[in-house]
Design a binder for this molecule. Structure first.
Ligand code: SF4
Ligand code: SF4
Length: 109
């Protein structure tokens, strides 16, 4: 099925992965360490690992996520997001798991 070029990307009505997993990355990706991820949205895990704030809560939700999961969602730091977010694949097994946990239909729907 061809997608409508005028329609929004499916992730913009989801956001489940940004409210479902711990997001850890190397401290070098942080803005205060020469990287681009805004430091204020991160927490230090170890001397070498940082984490997106909020992703290790009992009900995880990344501090950079805007909107309502399953309705409209966006990354507030899209251009500056850390590598795990850049590498996360829509339609992957982890994506499906995150959507399932939120009661959302499999990708693409
Ligand atoms: S940084 Fe952006 S893409 Fe990564 S988990 Fe947070 S909201 Fe999602
Ligand atoms: S869970 Fe999948 S469909 Fe939802 S925002 Fe993440 S990658 Fe996109």
């Amino acid at each position: 099925m061809e997608s409508d070029p005028n329609s929004l990307h499916p992730c913009l009505s989801c956001g489940a992965c940004c409210a479902g997993f711990r997001v850890d990355f190397a401290v070098q990706e942080r803005s205060d360490q020469g990287g681009c991820v805004p430091e204020g949205l991160t927490v230090e895990v170890t001397s070498t690992i940082s984490r997106m704030r909020g992703t290790d809560h009992a009900l995880p939700r990344c501090a950079a996520l805007t909107g309502v999961v399953g309705k409209h969602a966006a990354c507030g730091i899209y251009e500056w997001r850390p590598s795990p977010c850049r590498e996360f694949a829509a339609g992957s097994e982890a994506c499906e798991r995150a959507r399932l946990r939120r009661g959302l239909a499999p990708y693409p729907w």
